[in-house]
Design a protein around this ligand. Structure first.
Ligand code: ZN
Ligand code: ZN
Length: 279
């Protein structure tokens, strides 16, 4: 059955969580892969954390909603380059885009294998804005963007009256980062930690690194530096849930798990190559 045009409504919707903190989601993308987009407003610069699929223009939506603009500059940071987080970077100017150094080349090449690009028609309730009648989700791919800023562990992103610190937390992917706002105790975790099944079986996933990243996040928690976690999927949560999720991963990710994850990673890689080879 033909899906209706997206122009019937905005591709995105948003909600305000606190002063200068917004959650944006893609209204017509119904999937566990739908990533959260976070907007952090500063006095001089706004930071968008993750950018969605890119089927609609995120910066245009944010501007229409009055959330971006004025004299403030903007920076779009992808917590990693998987398609559900980094696809929307293409709507920003390259100079406004930041990713971890380890995944910059994958983004610059539009590498659908590293981006694990996998979108199904059944996940979209409407055709994307501006798409032709014959558009299918299998045609979707990551658009190449040469990032203007390469992130490293410990970098500080200045927003004026607030700062975000970059934590390199590989494991889910090799360039996964979390962003931490020390003053407010906010932690943007991307796919490193969310309240759902954590994924360490994709190309460039690494179980031992994931374990180290979880321990590092637990240290941050032990120092009392996390009050609210803003994850890459599903809903925000507090320190108790964060601790339980990290400890649960550490308890499960032993030697047997490592072997299973490597095997599934090989299969995932074959499936992705098959999908993008035949397109
Ligand atoms: Zn991911
Ligand atoms: Zn994700």
């Amino acid at each position: 059955m033909e899906r209706p045009e997206a122009e019937a409504g905005e591709w995105f919707y948003h909600q305000r969580l606190a002063d200068g903190l917004y959650l944006v989601r893609e209204r017509y993308f119904e999937s566990g892969n739908r990533a959260n987009v976070w907007l952090v407003q500063g006095s001089e610069r706004d930071v968008v954390v993750d950018a969605g699929l890119g089927l609609g223009s995120l910066p245009e939506y944010l501007q229409r909603a009055g959330l971006l603009g004025g004299t403030r500059t903007r920076l779009a940071v992808a917590t990693h380059v998987h398609f559900d987080h980094a696809g929307g970077l293409r709507h920003f100017e390259p100079g406004e885009v930041a990713v971890h150094r380890a995944e910059a080349e994958a983004l610059a090449c539009g590498d659908d294998l590293e981006a694990v690009t996998w979108l199904g028609d059944g996940e979209l309730r409407r055709r994307p804005p501006g798409s032709s009648v014959g558009w299918t989700a299998r045609r979707y791919r990551l658009q190449a963007v040469t990032p203007g800023l390469l992130l490293e562990d410990g970098d500080l992103l200045e927003l004026g009256d607030r700062q975000l610190r970059v934590l390199h937390t590989p494991g889910h992917s090799r360039g996964s980062v979390c962003l931490h706002e020390p003053g407010a105790g906010l932690l943007f975790t991307g796919d490193t930690l969310y309240d759902g099944a954590l994924i360490d079986w994709l190309p460039h996933s690494h179980v031992a690194q994931y374990r180290r990243s979880c321990r590092r996040l637990l240290e941050l928690l032990d120092q009392g530096q996390v009050h609210t976690v803003l994850p890459g999927h599903f809903n925000p949560f507090g320190p108790d849930t964060m601790r339980a999720l990290a400890l649960d991963y550490l308890s499960r990710a032993g030697v047997c798990h490592r072997i299973t994850s490597s095997a599934i990673s090989c299969l995932a890689s074959i499936a992705l190559r098959g999908r993008h080879w035949t397109r």
